[in-house]
Design a protein. Structure first.
Length: 336
């Protein structure tokens, strides 16, 4: 006589683990607590019960639940749990966003639009950037979640029709999409742009022409695939012009270099800040990241100012009233 506790996934709905089938077939009684969907209760012929039948079982019993910490878990002869794939917790995030945007949810969340959310998207991306720079794993984990929130938010707004239809004469429904469409498009893009990893349907192996052996080879192949996919007419197509200036210059120069532009033409730019453009372009042409280098210098400057003010304060001076001589005296060297 046995009692089997079958723990279902609250995320996956009415899905039975394969390992529970033998126990269900052999069971004299199948029970299900209040957490189990009605459809599954009817499908397996279970009756509602919050626990085992009273006394010692006269035959085998199966109790279905979605409660992984069920109080009767310790009294079960065996426990079978529904395995969840990596990423299953993302379903919880989608459900929370649904609750926030639905009637009875959060008024602030319900009022947001693609435009109103833009400032948060930029802010969260920079906070993630800083967490990576600082090698702060705890902050990295949190900021990745905040960026994910922005993806979920925009996808939910889009599912509600928040994106204007393009072209203008298209129906409103043609502009609707949700998180599933976003994920499906991403999967398609990743598969299409990695033919050296994912062979086409019907082929068991990657074709020799699609094989790449180095990261440099993949960068070249990636650009070729993107040009064909996007049907780009110019090497400049697809560059986000709203990104910070140093990053924008580096991206434009990188595209031009790949397109075969002679280096001397990079420095033919007009403008009062020509020298600044030339310095950034020179760094980008050489493969450096001028945005990161500028940020590194800016953060050093921030540390230097703070260090000088702290040193002055330690000697009893007002850090908000330092003279030029004071600044020179307390200014740290580049080893800071």
């Amino acid at each position: 006589m046995s009692r089997t506790l079958v723990v279902l996934s609250s995320r996956l709905g009415a899905v039975l683990p394969a390992a529970s089938i033998p126990a269900l077939r052999a069971a004299e009684r199948v029970l299900a607590d209040a957490t189990v969907p009605d459809s599954l209760v009817a499908e397996v012929g279970a009756r509602r019960s919050e626990g085992w039948t009273d006394g010692e079982p006269t035959g085998s019993e199966v109790l279905l639940t979605t409660n992984r910490a069920h109080p009767l878990r310790g009294r079960a002869t065996s426990v079978v749990e529904t395995p969840e794939p990596a990423g299953a917790a993302l379903l919880d995030a989608v459900a929370v966003m649904d609750r926030l945007r639905s009637p009875g949810g959060c008024p602030w969340d319900a009022e947001q639009t693609h435009l109103s959310l833009l400032k948060y998207l930029v802010e969260e991306c920079y906070e993630l950037y800083q967490a990576v720079e600082d090698a702060d794993r705890a902050a990295l984990r949190e900021e990745l979640g905040d960026v994910l929130l922005q993806v979920l938010f925009h996808a939910r707004v889009a599912a509600e029709g928040g994106v204007k239809p393009y072209p203008p004469d298209a129906g409103a429904d043609s502009a609707r999409f949700g998180i599933d469409e976003v994920a499906a498009d991403l999967v398609r893009k990743l598969v299409d742009r990695h033919p050296h990893v994912f062979p086409p349907d019907g082929q068991a192996e990657v074709a020799p022409a699609d094989r790449v052996r180095t990261a440099s080879d993949q960068e070249v192949r990636w650009d070729q695939l993107k040009r064909a996919e996007k049907r780009r007419e110019s090497s400049m197509d697809g560059v986000a012009m709203s990104q910070p200036a140093a990053a924008l210059i580096a991206k434009l120069v990188s595209r031009a270099r790949k397109a075969g532009l002679p280096e001397e033409l990079v420095y033919s730019v007009n403008g009062s800040l020509y020298d600044l453009f030339e310095r950034v372009a020179e760094a980008g042409w050489g493969g450096a990241d001028p945005e990161q280098e500028l940020r590194s210098s800016a953060r050093w400057f921030d540390r230097a100012v703070r260090a000088a003010e702290s040193a002055a304060k330690a000697e009893g001076l007002d850090p908000h009233a330092l003279t030029e001589a004071d600044w020179h005296r307390f200014w740290p060297d580049r080893s800071l």
